[in-house]
Write a protein that binds this ligand. Structure first.
Ligand SMILES: [Zn+2]
Length: 149
């Protein structure tokens, strides 16, 4: 978990560096070269040359701060502390959608759209059991449709 956060921090730093380099390039084009600015311009160009392997913002996966939460399908019965979880409203015990929200809370949603907060599970559990997020959905409904719910 800590490793993931550090990697995000590095990505954020990389993004800020890319932004700074982009601004420097814009400035380069906006300003007429004057003898005093030559040194600064040369240094900024070097910084920009380091950036190319960094993806432009449109291609980046949204970070945890950009999304309301993550979701995954969980078709098998979900066993927590030796007990099969059941929907308190309809008794369903499989075909869940599991949500991990931005506040690290974990929620279960059954086929009948009953949503229950699962207090025993947390973001660390979710991260251990989910693959990397490979898709971004503009709405909850879109995400549910994608997961077949
Ligand atoms: Zn239910």
């Amino acid at each position: 978990m800590f490793r993931i956060f550090r990697r995000r921090a590095q990505a954020d730093r990389g993004f800020r560096d890319a932004q700074r380099a982009g601004q420097a390039l814009l400035q380069m084009h906006a300003e007429l070269p004057t003898p005093g600015s030559v040194a600064a311009t040369a240094r900024d160009t070097t910084e920009a040359a380091v950036v190319p392997d960094f993806l432009p913002p449109d291609f980046r996966v949204p970070s945890r701060q950009d999304v309301a939460g993550f979701m995954m399908r969980w078709d098998q019965p979900l066993i927590i502390d030796g007990e099969v979880r059941e929907c308190p409203e309809c008794g369903a015990y499989r075909n869940w959608v599991v949500f991990c929200m931005r506040d690290d809370s974990v929620w279960l949603r059954c086929r009948a759209a009953h949503e229950t907060r699962e207090l025993v599970l947390d973001a660390a559990w979710y991260n251990r059991h989910s693959g990397p997020a490979d898709r971004w959905h503009p709405t909850l409904e879109d995400g549910l449709r994608h997961l077949g719910h």
